[in-house]
Structures are given as C-alpha cells and as structure tokens.
Design a protein around this ligand. Sequence first.
Ligand SMILES: [Zn+2]
Length: 362
Amino acid sequence: MRDIQYPFENTPEVGEWIAVAEGVYWLRMPLPMALDHINLYVLEDRDGWWIIDTGMGLDGTQEAWQQLFDGPMQGKPVLGVIVTHMHPDHVGQAGWLCDKWRAPLYMSFGEYYNARTFSASDFSSISWTTHAFYIAAGVSEDYLERVRAKFKGFGNIVTPMPMAFNRLSEGDVLTIGGRDWRVMIGSGHSPEHVCLYNERDKLLFSGDQIIPRITSNISVMPSEPNANPLKRWLSSLQRFSRDLPDDTLVFPAHNTPFYGVQTRLNYLQEHHQDHLEAVEEACIEPKKAIDMLEVLFDREIGVAQMNLALGEAIAHLNYLIEIGRLSCSKDDTGVNWYQTLDKSVAKRGNRSHHKDAAPMEV
Ligand SMILES: [Zn+2]
C-alpha cells in the first residue's frame, strides 16, 4: 500500500486555477472557519465547462468566480453544475451559478432535498424535538440557549437553491470532455454524497468522503436522533476500499490532491474503531453523551462547535447500541444514560486512544 503523497507543490490562489489532469482544473475558495478553504474543480468539455462544488454563499466568492470566468474560462459557458453534497461550502453558490448560466444542477436526490430544506428552515426558535435531543444528550437549559443563539442555520450562507435538478444515482455515468465519470455514492458524512470516478485514468473527485488530513464529521442530528450514520460511513469506506485502485489520484474538497487512497481509507476505519473502543471503555460506569466529549476530543469544546461535537459523540454511541455493546436508558429528567454491556471491556485496561483536537467543520 502506498504512502500518502501530494503530487502538486503549489495551491491555487483565489481567482486562479492549477491543471491537475488533462482537462481538469483545481481552484480554491476561502472559508471563514479554522478550515479556511474549499477545493472546487472545473472540467473542460467541448463547448464549455462543468463545475464540481461551488463555494459558500459569502462576499467575495462570486467575485472570485467572475475572475475565473473572465480569465482562464475564456468566457465559455458553464454547461452543468455538480454538487457532491448538501453542506454550505459545497452547495452555497449553486443557485447563483445555475441562474447566471442557465445551467442544470446535478445532485443526488437526498442531497438536493436536504439542501433545499436546510437552507430554507427557520432556526430562530427551537422545536420540542430539538430541545428533547439536547436535554437527552446532557446539555443544560442555559447552555442550550447559548448553542441556539449561535446557530443561524444555512440560509444566510447558501444562495437560493435552484428549483430543479438532475438526479445522480449510484452507477450513473456522466461523459464530460471524453471521459466517463461514474457516480459512487457514499453516506455517513451526509445522506447521499456523490463522488465521481474515472476508471481509465484512475481519477476520483471525492468531495468530503475521502480527505487526506481531515476526518470528516460524522454526526447524529436533532432531526433524526436515532440515526446510525457511523454504520453507513464505515460501510462506505469499506466499499471504496474494495473498488478503488491504490494508484488513484484523488481530488478532495479540502487539503490537496493526493495518492494513497487505500492507506487513507484504512486510517479512517481504524480511527473510528479506536473511538468506538474508547467510548465503550468510558461507559463502564453510566455516562451521558456530553461526557463523551473529553473522550473524543483533547480540547474543551466551545459553544460554536457543540452541535458537531455532540453529533459525533452520539454517532459513536448509537453505533455501539445497534451492535449490542451499549444500553441506553432515559431518566426522569429526559437525560439518556449509556452503559457498556460487556463488563470484560474493563480488563482491556486504559489503552491510550487518539483524540481529535476538535470536531471538523466539514
Ligand atoms: Zn461536508
């Protein structure tokens, strides 16, 4: 298995691009977070361009696109906009781009409707279901109010979504610039994440499904408290391991293009197995979801990251419940308590587990 290698020394400046394969161009847009960029890609077709992911709906992103339209894209039209998944850094400018060029949007069914719902939802008040979700996780009423005040939803960072789309499903093939791109769907980070693979040249647009230095956030959300996204994430990773050759050149949505996909897929699976073990050991005495933050993360989690951190903790707890390793019972105050079923886990002793610095925003 080959080590992770980054074949490109430079990263593209805003408004510029770097050719990373014949007819494939890599560009970047800034993000206002610890993770300060997203990678976007443009594919050359006979009479125009196809765009993969769009950037967040922020000041400056449209101007950066305009520099590309006027510069390297030579005024040729955008023929299609492909969005890997619903998150605002990916889908944020889809509405603007599709309107501007009267170009069709390509997304999976699950991602399109989630993006439309989330970008149009009102998060100014809190529903009883969301309230119950956070109380169950062990968050206090005061703290919940602070978390709520911080979360403004997606509406202000996503331009209005196109009102129509073309559905991408597993196995579909898009032919662009003489290459066949096969749709591979992953799940767990988002419901129906689109990756595109070209078998002939071994090129993969991986979005947030495979990123070389970031472990994508795997979260249970208040809208589906009993979801098991980690199960879907791990089975997606296994499936990508089976299907992708080790010498695939991967174009991820964050960090930089890389070789070494098998090494990375192995690492990601081990990372979550390690976290699962740590959570199981921590729950030998009954614990709340919020108690798992110090098990998974080595820094104190601030209000802004609480949603992601709790979501990730509950993803590991729900996974362990489903495979029969943990029990969960709700007390009179609505708090869920988790306890390890197999007491022999205690004998594993205090292995040292790898902790993440903080939950990733992507
Ligand atoms: Zn994402």
